[in-house]
Design a protein around this ligand. Sequence first.
Ligand code: HEC
Length: 162
Amino acid sequence: MFRFYLAILLAGLSLPAVAETQVERGKYLAEIMTCNECHTPGALLGKPDKNNPLAGSEVGYEIPMLGIFYGANLTPDTETGIGSWTADQIVTAIRTGVRPDGRVLSAAMPWRSFAALTDKDAKAIAAYLKSLKPMSRKVPGPFGPSEKATSFYYGFVMPPKK
Ligand code: HEC
């Protein structure tokens, strides 16, 4: 009898896990690839707004000689987010840095590190972004090298002259 129960228990343990959906896979990848760090409001200030994931950051990154760039609103809002982008356009931006309008994203967005994503994983991230609640929220900038930033940013400071 005991053996019988043991056999059932082991059979249960070896059942395949419930399949992960494409959106779940995308959410998981977005989390471990730290998209929230740079794209969720408040995250770089230590207080991520969990109700509005990936709705854009108020803290930018300075790239010397180029300007100051803020983590974009990645929700499907058509005015302030990427709601008008197709899934393929999102995949292209993440892997090659090229936006639908042809502008190449600055190095503030680590697309060079994301270039190695497989088609399957890149598409899963795009599907997850498309599943987010659209949030109307315009991020500041981008600001050119001679413009004044209107919100916080990580900047480069020259070391003092000896
Ligand atoms: C280290 C910070 C950082 C991380 C991590 C990061 N991003 Fe970005 N991302 C940025 C910044 C800054 C911009 C804006 C760059 C620019 O305008 O040149 C940006 C721009 C984008 C854009 C273009 C949006 C637009 O409207 O132009 C997409 C799409 C994007 N990121 C997706 C992602 C995804 C998906 C992840 C995670 C897999 C991610 N980013 C991780 C900082 C980051």
